[in-house]
Ligand binder design. Structure first.
Ligand SMILES: NC(=O)c1ccc[n+]([C@@H]2O[C@H](COP(=O)([O-])OP(=O)(O)OC[C@H]3O[C@@H](n4cnc5c(N)ncnc54)[C@H](O)[C@@H]3O)[C@@H](O)[C@H]2O)c1
Ligand SMILES: [Zn+2]
Length: 406
């Protein structure tokens, strides 16, 4: 029997003893564009956003549209087709645009989500093509999530079509879906290839969605930018009158602050570091679920900011005057500071809201911290408020909201 030809006993390069240290960096890079009327055939922006064309020298693009948006802008599919025809030397539709039901109620609908991706750009959509998602924050989350599990992210070009999505959700690197009554239970990391904030998209928004987006602007302003906070407080009338220039300024500032926060805090990348729950969000998310998603995200976050503000005052982080400014600012912008679900109790008399913190402890460990303002334009992570602080904060807001409570 011949001896077995073993390879020479040489260790693979890099193997040190019995371990190999793996390390590489994943670069995250995308541009956020601000424009007015992306699908005006005279606009050359869209073809310039893509890179790396297909074998025919053109960029292949599958388009997915929010049904609520199409209902409000019925000519949009035709305008998109006309735009692609006008620029056919550079861009090509990968198939018929898919129209996907939008809104919060569909954000947990796995079947609709996977169906959306399946029909995304049939018959010719491939991993190398671009997925253009045009819609509100819920639909961007839904389709982005599906793309990230089916195509490992894909090359997403997002066109957020609500104020909230242009300020915040659209420029994010995470996507979320709801599960079993739990808001944003599942998430993926799926940075976009590019984001295009088109102010023309916002013209068909109803008043409620127009105002809702300013809640996320208040959130980031309160945490990071006093000047934006002052601007928001001073612009209530202009926002109500649908002054587009004012809203444009708010959106640009909020989006950039949000991008800076994602980069500097690395908060999305699950580093294992303890991350505080964002201002207004531990309350807001629970209210959304309690209202069976009848209460929109923006309005729920506004109530959450009010509760966190009242807790911050009780914890002596901010003064009475600062709390007044926060509550006045939200109210004058047309946002709620109280909701009847805030004061709902269990059979043992505890605020049902506290279950939100219990859920978080269950998922992320016992030491849940939340972001609270310690002055206007700055926030700090602190231990989640205790029952008594929260109960007092809720009672104070109920009194303050009076008859205007929703
Ligand atoms: N991924 C993230 O990090 C992140 C960040 C913030 C918010 N979000 C999510 O974003 C969602 C909220 O987004 P939203 O405020 O855009 O609400 P939304 O997506 O629910 O949209 C509200 C309604 O407006 C319709 N609509 C969309 N664009 C329209 C237009 N231009 N004209 C008329 N109607 C239009 C939609 O069909 C929907 O019915 C929430 O699910 C929230 O959790 C995600
Ligand atoms: Zn939010």
């Amino acid at each position: 029997m011949g001896t077995c030809d073993r390879p020479a006993a040489r260790r693979p390069a890099g193997l040190d003893g019995r371990s190999y240290h793996q390390e590489f960096e994943v670069l995250c890079r995308y541009d956020v564009f601000f424009t007015d009327d992306l699908f005006d055939p005279a606009s050359g922006l869209l073809p310039s956003v893509f890179a790396d064309p297909g074998p025919d020298g053109r960029f292949h693009v599958g388009v997915c549209l929010d049904e609520g948006l199409v209902n409000a802008q019925p000519d949009l599919p035709n305008r998109i087709a006309a735009y692609f025809a006008a620029h056919e030397g550079r861009i090509k539709l990968a198939g018929e645009p898919a129209i996907v039901p939008g809104g919060e109620a569909r954000k947990g609908d796995w079947e609709a989500m996977l169906d959306a991706v399946w029909h995304f750009g049939t018959p010719r959509f491939g991993r190398q093509d671009y997925a253009m998602i045009i819609g509100g924050g819920a639909m961007l989350d839904l389709v982005g999530f599906a793309l990230s599990i089916v195509y490992r992210g894909g090359r997403q070009v997002r066109v957020p079509t609500t104020v909230l999505a242009q300020c915040d959700a659209g420029v994010e690197v995470r996507t979320f879906v709801n599960e079993a009554g739990r808001k944003d239970f599942a998430s993926t990391l799926a940075p976009p290839f590019a984001v295009i904030n088109d102010r023309a998209m916002l013209r068909s928004l109803g008043r409620r969605e127009w105002i809702a987006g300013t809640a996320e602007a208040f959130k980031i302003a309160l945490c990071a930018d006093r000047e934006l906070f002052d601007f928001l407080c001073g612009s209530a009338a202009a926002i109500g009158d649908r002054d587009e220039d004012v809203m444009d300024w708010i959106i640009q500032r909020s989006a950039v602050l949000h991008l800076e926060r994602i980069r500097s805090e690395g908060m999305a990348f699950g580093t294992g570091r303890e991350q505080p729950v964002d201002l207004g969000h531990w309350v807001g998310h629970r209210l959304e679920a309690m209202s069976r998603y009848w209460l929109p995200h923006g309005q729920a976050i506004a109530v959450g900011i009010a509760v966190d503000g009242a807790c911050a005052r009780r914890l002596h982080l901010i003064s009475d005057e600062e709390l007044d400014r926060i509550l006045d600012g939200l109210t004058r912008a047309g946002l709620p500071i109280y909701h009847k679900h805030l004061d709902e109790r269990t059979a043992h008399g505890q605020l049902k809201l506290l279950a939100s913190l219990e859920d978080m402890r269950h998922r992320f460990g016992p030491h849940v911290t939340v972001l609270l303002p310690d002055r206007i334009g700055h926030a700090v992570p602190v231990r989640a408020p205790d029952r008594s602080t929260l109960a007092h904060a809720v009672a104070e807001l109920a009194e303050r909201a009076g008859d205007s409570a929703v």
